[in-house]
Write a protein that binds this ligand. Structure first.
Ligand code: PMP
Length: 348
């Protein structure tokens, strides 16, 4: 394993994959009134070298595949990803000399496409839309076909691979334990494949049974709500129920409207100095709603999955917001907007 536990870290790393995982946790102060009475923290996985938490999964899965002989020198890594996992694999592939092919669709932004290509990855595109307006199933089908036809091809398959959560059980959960120990009341996590939530739950639930695990999805996705609808959000959300998600581990769930998520992103940038990805807006909105409903002084940690620079041409662009029918909620109305969220049943 190349990821390093906090107590074993040296400032000098042998390659870029060893620099993954060493990220700060910052307290939120100004984005909502409840930040004064509760302790709301954001774990900045955006500070990983490529800007996202998915570099952890990429590093651990590649290491495991090498150890199992599934990925050999000269091999090709193939994956379906709307962005961050693809970038993570492109980084590990570049550092280890593998060819990397990422299957994308129309929702993959120019920023992600350019980033993937800059790391030397190749893109394969799908265009078949399913009944829910999603291309996720078509992407998985193409990645499967490519793996069958390219000699030395290895498909980590983040949606179905039961090892996808391992990185978070082995590292993210222990980093949280190292920072907070018993002094944490709730942990708020965005969901798509379920890798983060299930890995964190696997390590933390048996050790901290009082810790509430809170899952966050976006409106239109079917993870917590069976009625699908189109949505623009990338990162969280899925058009099918994630096989890798341990639903039993989730104590509370939120389904956040996109408009509130994007408004929260702008508020985080302007009131906290944190320019973060679109899913973070949903995760923080949910975490702050939870804080409003927990006793004062409660300690709530939220996981920020990625950096905001990938979204400068989408959610941080006022024309893009207008063209897609979103109207930003002014920062001074944020308390009220957060209050309007509802906690939902995770297993509906
Ligand atoms: N937010 C962002 C920005 C992501 O890239 C992802 C991974 N798709 C998630 C949240 C959700 O993580 P997971 O797939 O582990 O559930």
């Amino acid at each position: 394993m190349n990821l390093i536990l906090p107590q074993q870290r040296s400032r000098i790393r042998e390659d870029i994959t060893e620099a993954v995982g060493d990220v700060p946790i910052v307290r939120l102060r100004r984005v909502a009134s409840v930040c004064a009475s509760s302790r709301c923290y954001l774990k900045l996985e955006s500070c990983n070298p490529g800007g996202s938490i998915k570099e952890k999964n990429a590093t651990v899965l590649v290491n495991q595949a090498e150890e199992a002989g599934l990925l050999r020198p000269g091999g090709t890594i193939i994956e379906s990803s709307s962005g961050n996992f693809g970038v993570g694999l492109a980084i590990v592939g570049a550092a280890r000399g593998y060819r990397v092919i990422i299957v994308v669709d129309a929702k993959t932004t120019q920023a992600f496409r350019r980033m993937l290509k800059a790391y030397g990855a190749e893109l394969a595109e799908v265009s078949e839309v399913d009944a829910a307006g999603s291309m996720q199933k078509a992407r998985i089908a193409l990645a499967t076909r490519l793996t069958e036809t390219i000699p030395g091809g290895w498909y980590p398959c983040q949606h179905y691979n039961p090892k996808n959560p391992d990185a978070h059980a082995l590292f993210t959960a222990r980093e949280i334990e190292d920072a907070f120990g018993e002094d944490l009341d709730a942990l708020v996590v965005g969901i798509s494949t379920g890798g983060q939530m299930s890995g964190l739950a696997r390590y933390l639930k048996p050790r901290y049974p009082k810790l509430q695990l809170v899952g966050v999805d976006v409106q239109g996705s079917v993870i917590f709500d069976p009625a699908p609808a189109p949505y623009k959000m990338t990162g969280i959300g899925l058009s099918f129920r994630p096989p890798n998600l341990d639903y039993d581990a989730i104590d509370k769930a939120y389904v956040v409207p996109e408009n509130l998520a994007y408004s929260m992103c702008h508020a985080l940038a302007q009131r906290e100095g944190l320019l973060l990805g679109s899913s973070t807006g949903a995760i923080v909105a949910a975490g702050l709603h939870l804080a409003q409903h927990m006793p004062p002084g409660s300690r709530i940690a939220m996981i920020n999955p990625d950096r905001g620079d990938r979204y400068l041409e989408t959610i941080y662009d006022l024309d893009w917001l207008k063209d897609n029918g979103f109207t930003l909620i002014p920062a001074e109305h944020m308390d009220v907007a957060i209050e309007q969220l509802c906690i939902c049943d995770p297993v509906r």
